[in-house]
Design a protein around this ligand. Structure first.
Ligand code: ZN
Length: 140
């Protein structure tokens, strides 16, 4: 919906809602847009900029942004928890996870990077791994 500030030939100014600008043009041409004060159908769009009514979608956008912020915070907390409780083994993750799983090294919580294929292979071998969305740190 678009709200237009309209002016009639007698100088009255009023607001009217239209589906879109084409609808306004069509209805104005057909004389279907009348001044609520004097009934004149000779109306023109005022000099003010048109405003697009986006109330509903703006609320949705705000809510979505808030949810994204909460999600980011949750992921940041998760990252912090992982970093302070687990050992970073970097790109040796798959190797270390296997060693731990097969008892070849000390059992401990580790984290690191691995490829999707490696993660799948670990999964198939029954090595318990979890994939986390890794968010960039604010101080990075
Ligand atoms: Zn009028």
């Amino acid at each position: 919906m678009i709200v237009y500030d309209l002016g009639c030939s007698a100088g009255h100014v009023f607001e009217a809602w239209f589906k879109d600008s084409a609808t306004f043009e069509k209805q104005a041409r057909q004389g279907k847009v009348a001044c609520p004060t004097c009934g004149a159908t000779e109306v023109t769009r005022g000099p003010q900029a048109t405003r697009v009514a986006t109330g509903v979608s703006r609320d949705k956008a705000v809510k979505a942004a808030e949810q994204r912020a909460e999600m980011r915070q949750a992921l940041r907390d998760l990252r912090k928890a992982v970093e302070s409780n687990c050992e970073n083994v970097g790109d040796r993750f798959a190797e270390e996870a296997r060693k731990i799983h097969y008892g070849e090294t000390e059992a401990r919580a580790i984290y690191g990077e691995t490829t999707a294929e490696e993660a799948k292979a670990l999964d198939e071998e029954g090595v318990p791994v979890a994939r986390l969305p890794w968010i960039e740190r604010d101080d990075a």
